[in-house]
Design a protein around this ligand. Structure first.
Ligand code: 2NL
Length: 343
């Protein structure tokens, strides 16, 4: 018994004298004294050799020693932070922290923000809505007839067919929701992700991004539409860019048009990007079909509106000289970090 008590005193002195200054030293200490094969455990094992009347006193000394050794361990561990640091007690808390590496915005976000910003300056508000929606908000309200090819399983991801819930194929569903609220006038821009059942390639993907716009008020005209989009193009691509409108067809607008800009790369002379035409198609637009207004409970005799829609991927490919649309969704850091600092 005496011998063991002396041992305890010796160990106490040893611990007092220790200089724990690294996570490694701390771990060595833990193993030596507190581990399953450590000294505390093995001294405890001496209990069986102690005379019965001394067991109580021995137990008390042992407990005290164990608590002392554990307290020391906790003290050092606290000094070393989470124990991963190698400097333990030497940490200088007054030093500035390590700067976090600055991330970069995704090129799709950059392009979306540029587009949205221009329309915000014209008084358009950003509206968002669900990526999963019902058949009415994605198709029926937009005057897409029951047998329209866009409704085909080949083109649309259905979550259920009866009733039909789907991944939206355009952000028009957001505009339908907004019109249903019945608060007029409406001047909104709806950026977001959309889904189509397409084979993934360098040029197309099964999800991509769109910005649509909608302006509904009394006496909104096609002239308003043209001037709004003309302003957008000048802000986006510069004052020298030329614009043309071509007649087109969408079930949800009448009349409908597509807007081209003079090719940014060859300035209209004809190159590979514009397929020798000198023009790039950038958006579709038109006057909101009266049936669409009525489907949303808006009086089409009193109100009219214009709408437009454009993809984000294509202008981003053009602006940043990217050759493969799949890079946008692979999240390869080597690709993404090239946009550090871009706005
Ligand atoms: C394109 C063409 C377009 C619209 C989208 C729209 C929305 C409502 C009512 C009427 Cl709620 N129209 N959106 C109109 C014309 C064209 O998108 O080529 N997009 C990439």
């Amino acid at each position: 018994m005496e011998q063991v008590l002396q041992q305890i005193e010796t160990f106490k002195k040893e611990i007092e004298a220790l200089q724990i200054d690294s996570a490694k030293a701390l771990e060595e200490y833990r193993i030596k004294f507190l581990g399953t094969k450590g000294l505390v455990k093995s001294l405890m094992g001496e209990m069986k050799n102690v005379a019965n009347e001394q067991k109580k006193a021995f137990g008390q000394s042992m407990n005290e020693f164990k608590q002392f050794a554990e307290a020391k361990y906790e003290e050092w561990k606290a000094l070393a932070g989470d124990g991963a640091s190698d400097t333990a007690a030497k940490i200088d808390l007054s030093l500035p922290g390590d700067a976090l590496p600055i991330g970069s915005r995704h090129p799709i976000s950059l392009m979306r923000n540029r587009i949205v910003n221009i329309f915000q300056r014209l008084g358009f508000a950003v509206a968002e809505g669900p990526e999963i929606d019902d058949d009415f908000h994605n198709f029926t309200a937009l005057n897409l007839p029951e047998n329209h090819p866009a409704r085909d399983m080949q083109d649309t991801f259905y979550i259920s067919t009866d009733p039909a819930w789907l991944l939206r194929t355009h952000t028009s569903n957001v505009q339908i929701h907004e019109m249903q609220k019945g608060k007029l006038p409406i001047r909104i821009i709806t950026p977001g992700r959309v889904y189509r059942n397409e084979t993934i390639s360098a040029r197309s993907h099964c999800f991509f991004h769109q910005v649509e716009g909608l302006y509904v008020d009394e006496k909104v005209s096609f002239a308003d539409l043209k001037q709004t989009l003309y302003f957008f193009v000048q802000e986006m691509f510069g004052k020298d860019v030329k614009v043309r409108f071509r007649p087109s067809y969408f079930p949800f607008t009448e009349p409908s048009a597509e807007m081209d800009i003079s090719c940014l790369l060859c300035n209209g002379a004809g190159c590979n990007v514009c397929k020798k035409t000198g023009w790039l198609e950038i958006l579709g637009c038109g006057m909101v079909h009266p049936k669409v207004l009525e489907n949303c409970g808006i009086d089409s005799n009193k109100y009219s509106g214009f709408a437009f829609g454009m993809g984000i991927e294509r202008p981003a490919l053009l602006k940043y000289g990217i050759k493969d649309i799949r890079l946008f969704s692979e999240n390869d850091v080597r690709f993404l970090k090239q946009f550090t600092g871009a706005v």
